[in-house]
Design a protein. Structure first.
Length: 571
């Protein structure tokens, strides 16, 4: 391929006599005149030693260089951070998790802007790094491909497949006296047998499915587990394909249309994916200037069949999905049933429908049900709205038998207090646990509550209580757990006014969540309410709390593409 650099961003750092000082830096790194004359392709990796989700990303990114070079480009690798939720979970570190999504997007944007790269291949492995990387692609709008590092293989304990969620739930069983300490120690040593992200249909695998459904990833690339040699071929192919996208100038915003976002939301619901997708899809849409908030997502969830038997609500993990034919196998039956729009273009240069045409339905696989005979007729994730959550809330119902719940509130002002009460078995059956001031602004950082919900499940209380928060839940959470309640407590939403004993009613079938307190009483409580100070009055968490918006809109920290006067790709 030949490229006209005079029309590419990298001309600003590599073309003309006035760029001689810039070129001297490239010569210092051993680059040749020919390499400097080629397009510069950013290869962004979220690789690090923080957790197994990220440990294979740098080697994959390095293999991607080979594909870029073969396609006529010059790869330039750099790294960004991750905050790994499994390690940040259950303590103050989780306040950094959602904030890291913005830092990842911002850091990739700044590196690409500062060095004038012409295209981008992004590698991510842990929950927030996936949407963060894709947000940067949409913000910059240079030709881009997203690559997931792959999931971990399941562990084996007593002849059964296990994941890290089994360890979290075993903590609850241990607290309840049903799991000896020695068994807990044995389980923790085998639950995560190697490299890769959490294996169930938790947030990382959910957003990896989104990458393919929305068209930013190569077909059937993301479900291949991290240890598999096929990941090398995928990385190399992504590097080569991004050069083809650069040649035809096919950009992320050409791919991620409103219809593509709707397709992605369908796939989340159909696979019983993480509730966090209802936060990340609106954030990604904002980077394109597309209106797509929690209620838009929830409306799609409401009419989508649940067809994938995946953990935490089902039996299987990502490795099994890969062996069943990948997410495209599920999309095959969704398209046949009229649930997907075939027209959005993808990074293959073909439409989603054309990609799916190449897939042959495998009737022998066990992971995906045909849409004509789904697990349940509506999606695994449900949006709620009512007097407790005028700006919406979200619940994952995949695998749940009980879809209605009503009971007295038990109010906690932070997760630690709730977890302590759970550990002491100081929660009555039938209670509606409220954990508030954990929203994007009030936390700050909108923590996930997996430690608390898993402990409840481990004690056998998973569907005997409900839990409501203005924070989030892990994609691994199961049970009657409702998050993203808006407006959040820090903005004096109704959740801030709940008192112990107030009756709260939830109907996940009807999509309602209501606080049974009359308006006069709520007005009196609202008049008496005062804002709460948190302990984060400087640094990144303070800055985040000053700019972050509602969960309904994706917890955004900037106005998005609608306020742009230019896009980086056109500099």
């Amino acid at each position: 391929m030949s490229f006209d650099k005079s029309k590419l961003p990298s001309r600003h750092v590599s073309v003309g006599p006035e760029r001689a000082p810039h070129r001297s830096y490239y010569y210092a790194m051993g680059m040749t005149e020919e390499e400097i004359a080629r397009p510069f392709v950013a290869v962004a990796s979220a690789g690090n030693d923080s957790a197994p989700c990220n440990t294979t990303l740098d080697p994959q990114a390095d293999i991607c260089r080979e594909g870029v070079i073969a396609g006529g480009g010059t790869p330039r690798r750099f790294n960004t951070i991750t905050v790994t939720d499994g390690i940040a979970m259950g303590h103050q570190g989780m306040k950094s998790s959602l904030v890291s999504r913005e830092v990842i997007a911002d850091s990739v944007e700044l590196s690409v802007r500062g060095h004038c790269y012409d295209a981008l291949v992004g590698f991510a492995g842990c929950d927030k790094s996936l949407p963060g990387m894709m947000m940067a692609m949409l913000r910059l709008n240079v030709p881009s491909i997203f690559v997931y590092g792959g999931s971990i293989l399941p562990g084996t304990y007593k002849g059964e497949d296990v994941t890290v969620v089994d360890v979290f739930e075993a903590v609850g069983q241990h607290a309840a006296g049903n799991c000896p300490l020695q068994e807990l120690i044995e389980l923790e040593k085998v639950a995560c047998p190697g490299h890769g992200a959490c294996g169930g249909q938790f947030t990382a695998n959910t957003m990896a499915c989104v990458g393919e459904a929305i068209g930013l990833s190569l077909p059937n690339s993301n479900m291949s587990p991290a240890p598999y040699r096929s990941r090398e071929e995928i990385a190399r192919a992504a590097g080569a394909q991004v050069m083809k996208l650069l040649e035809i100038n096919l950009r992320p915003r050409d791919i991620c249309t409103k219809a593509a976002f709707e397709n992605a939301a369908r796939v989340v619901a159909a696979t019983g994916g993480s509730t966090n997708a209802a936060l990340h899809l609106p954030a990604m849409a904002s980077e394109c200037g597309i209106d797509f908030d929690l209620f838009d997502v929830a409306e799609i969830f409401k009419s989508t069949p649940y067809i994938a038997d995946l953990k935490p609500g089902g039996k299987y993990v990502a490795k099994d999905m890969h062996e069943a034919g990948g997410v495209y196998m599920g999309m095959k039956t969704l398209l046949d049933g009229g649930f997907l729009d075939p027209n959005p273009i993808t990074v293959t240069g073909k439409t989603l429908g054309e990609n799916i045409e190449e897939i042959v339905w495998n009737p022998d696989q066990k992971v995906f049900y045909d849409v004509k005979t789904p697990i349940t007729p509506t999606g695994g994730v449900v949006g709620l709205k009512g007097s407790l959550a005028p700006d919406g809330a979200i619940v994952k119902v995949a695998g749940m038998e009980r879809l209605q719940f009503s009971g007295p509130a038990r109010v906690f002002e932070c997760e630690e207090d709730a977890f302590e009460a759970v550990e002491k078995r100081d929660i009555a059956e039938g209670s509606v646990i409220i954990i508030r001031y954990e929203g994007p602004k009030g936390g700050p950082g909108m923590r996930e509550m997996l430690a608390t919900t898993a402990a409840l499940y481990g004690q056998g209380m998973g569907e005997k209580v409900a839990l409501i928060t203005d924070g989030r839940f892990s994609g691994a959470t199961r049970g009657f757990c409702i998050g993203h309640v808006g407006p959040e407590a820090a903005d004096c939403g109704p959740i801030a006014l709940v008192e112990d004993g107030d009756v709260i009613s939830i109907d996940a079938e009807a999509g309602t969540i209501d606080l049974d307190v009359d308006e006069a009483e709520l007005t009196s409580r609202r008049d008496a309410w005062r804002p709460r100070a948190n302990d984060y009055q400087s640094g990144a968490l303070w800055r985040y709390s000053q700019t972050v918006g509602s969960a309904r809109g994706g917890a955004l920290t900037h106005p998005g593409a609608k306020s742009e006067t230019h896009v980086f790709a056109d500099i």
